[in-house]
Ligand binder design. Sequence first.
Ligand SMILES: C[S@@+](CC[C@H](N)C(=O)[O-])C[C@H]1O[C@@H](n2cnc3c(N)ncnc32)[C@H](O)[C@@H]1O
Length: 315
Amino acid sequence: MKIISLFSGAGGLDLGLVQAGNEIVWANDIDKDAVETYRHNVGNNIVLDDIKNVEISIIPNADVVVGGFPCQGFSQANRFRMLNDERNMLYRFFYETIKQKQPNFFIAENVKGILTLGHGEAIKQILSDFENAGYRATVNLVNMADYGVPETRQRVIILGQQQGLSSKMLLTLPPKTHSKTGTDGLHKWISIKQAISRYPDPDMPNNVPNHEYSKYKVEYRDYTAHRPTDANKPSPTILARGNGGGGVCAIPHYNGLRRLTVRESASIQTFPDDFIFYGVRGSCYRQIGNAVPVRFAKILGQELRRIEKEGLLCK
Ligand SMILES: C[S@@+](CC[C@H](N)C(=O)[O-])C[C@H]1O[C@@H](n2cnc3c(N)ncnc32)[C@H](O)[C@@H]1O
């Protein structure tokens, strides 16, 4: 399917969709490092600009609009989140694009905090906006570990479908492939050790790209990014934000001696090893922490391909 990608970042979501055989016809992000990373690894169809400067009429038509609209204002980690937070309004650009372009489907990714923002009023408002734009949508809370990502990252995935397309929802969340216990015919969650033990010691000479780590001291204080990492469980969520100290906070390695390298963090987010990140180390960590895991995105992309092959698209 042809896809418009908004708030594309480094392109975790887009790479997975492309790997499944879809095509990104237009993408956008305001972050110059993320755009450079995207251009080198995903494709040239990305425009570097603030989305507020973009005229929707210049965006080509497409079958699908996707976007992980910025989540700072929605995050549960932000105690000052508010419905009228200016940063939450960026989603309105996403909405306007859908309203004007009328794609068959849309996929929106966000943090879990969106479900409780304004005691649930924000998500209600969002769904009502999409309904007015002609879309039915489902809201799905996904644990990425359930889809073979070595990380217990929870994200909200909103799947929208044009009301006239079919009386049933064609684009639904694919069945889980993994579970904590690995029973009922599912695979067991993939541990962080399984995911990253193959990388060489970053303190020894090596030629692994982006295999460098933050020197921020590992100290356990029982809050996010300051807890011991269990080698035999999936990684905690790879973060895009710091702890107020200025830099992005990388998860401690399970050896307890250092933090994860950029490459190890990317691998947990299921980026391939030949995907190179551009920018200073903090920027690379941020691009990775912002991303939709590539493996999960590919699974969604395969659903789109299946629907297309079954001839269910509205042309
Ligand atoms: C959650 S990230 C998206 C990650 C992406 N979906 C991926 O899988 O890699 C949100 C992105 O929105 C971008 N962004 C924030 N404000 C923006 C604006 N005003 N215009 C365009 N992009 C913006 C950020 O630079 C960031 O890359």
